[in-house]
Design a protein around this ligand. Structure first.
Ligand code: BV8
Ligand code: ZN
Length: 247
């Protein structure tokens, strides 16, 4: 293969590829990450904006922030890294995506399954009875928080700090990671658990770990290949290589 950090013998036509993605995947779409120098957490306190206590303390502040992020995401669109993953998935039919992102940029399709570990920002549910609302329901009405008929407050359907991930989602992500032959970890600081456990589940079950990130992370030392670069560009190059060899 043209680039030396991916060994040809790692791949075969029926390899099971898993793409584990974080906020860096959407950086080239103009969406801020969390922990880069210009990331959200450099300006805001995550416990005030992404935790149950923060929501309880000031629901309007939290809902304003999520509505702002929804609007930013709606103005943006997936970048070529997303297209590359979809095209690679057409070459390797068992490919799957496990994402920490809530922007919904990874599209489920018949050739690729997408697990959203931390939920989806476009979905809304009641904080008390968990009744879900249709996609796209606004978070504020007349600039005020919206109450469910049970009296609870409507909130974005994302996982906050201190909240458990849905057990079914966690188990699905664990078994997909354990069955991977090639596990790509893309655009994540590998700091947030239990999500950050996934590459270790893959590695412990024999997968090759390929990390794509301009920075090194706690995962870098155990990756079989660590590609320092931007996910959109790198994934497009990887697609070209794989297309040339496995089409
Ligand atoms: C849990 C909300 C069980 C969604 C987020 C004390 C109390 C409670 C819990 C804990 C605790 N101590 C530790 C924990 C566990 C905690 C945790 O991991 N904390 C960390 C700080 C140690 N985890 C939790 O709370 C989880 N739940 O444990 O439940 C429990 C229950 C009760 C009590 C105890 C435990 C829930 C975690 C989910 C938190 N939700 N956000 C939203 O609004 O989006 S956090 C946030 O981090 C996002 O969800 C995001 O998905 C996630 C991971 O971040 P990344 O995606 O990696 O993004 P980041 O900015 O960090 O990095 C971007 C990377 O991209 C960088 O490396 C950069 O170099 C790279 N990059 C930049 N540009 C590019 C690029 N790469 C490629 N190409 C580019 N162009
Ligand atoms: Zn309710």
């Amino acid at each position: 293969m043209a680039f030396d950090w991916i060994q040809k013998e790692w791949f075969s036509k029926n390899s099971k590829l898993v793409f584990f993605t974080g906020a860096g995947m959407s950086a080239e779409s103009g969406i801020r990450t969390f922990r880069d120098n210009d990331g959200y957490w450099s300006q805001y306190d995550p416990m005030k904006l992404a935790s149950p206590a923060g929501f309880e303390n000031d629901p309007k502040l939290v809902l304003d922030w999520y509505q702002y992020r929804r609007n930013e995401i709606k103005k943006a669109k997936p970048n070529k890294g997303y297209d590359a993953i979809e095209n690679i998935a057409k070459l390797f039919p068992q490919a799957q995506v496990i994402t920490q992102n809530v922007d919904g940029f990874h599209k489920k399709a018949d050739f690729i399954d997408v697990i959203e570990l931390h939920g989806n920002i476009h979905k809304t549910h009641c904080n008390q009875c968990r009744k879900e609302n249709l996609d796209g329901c606004e978070l504020l009405h007349d600039d005020k928080p919206i109450f469910c008929d049970c009296g609870g407050l409507m909130r974005p359907s994302v996982v906050w700090f201190g909240e458990s991930l849905r057990l079914s989602v966690m188990h699905q992500a664990e078994s997909i990671s354990r069955s991977a032959d090639i596990f790509f970890s893309i655009g994540t600081s590998s700091l947030i658990y239990p999500a950050a456990q996934m590459p270790y589940e893959a590695k412990n079950n024999g997968a090759k770990i390929i990390e794509i990130n301009p920075q090194s992370t706690p995962l870098t030392s155990m990756a079989d290949a660590s590609i320092q670069g931007l996910s959109g560009e790198i994934l497009f190059k990887i697609y070209q290589e794989l297309h040339a060899n496995y089409n």
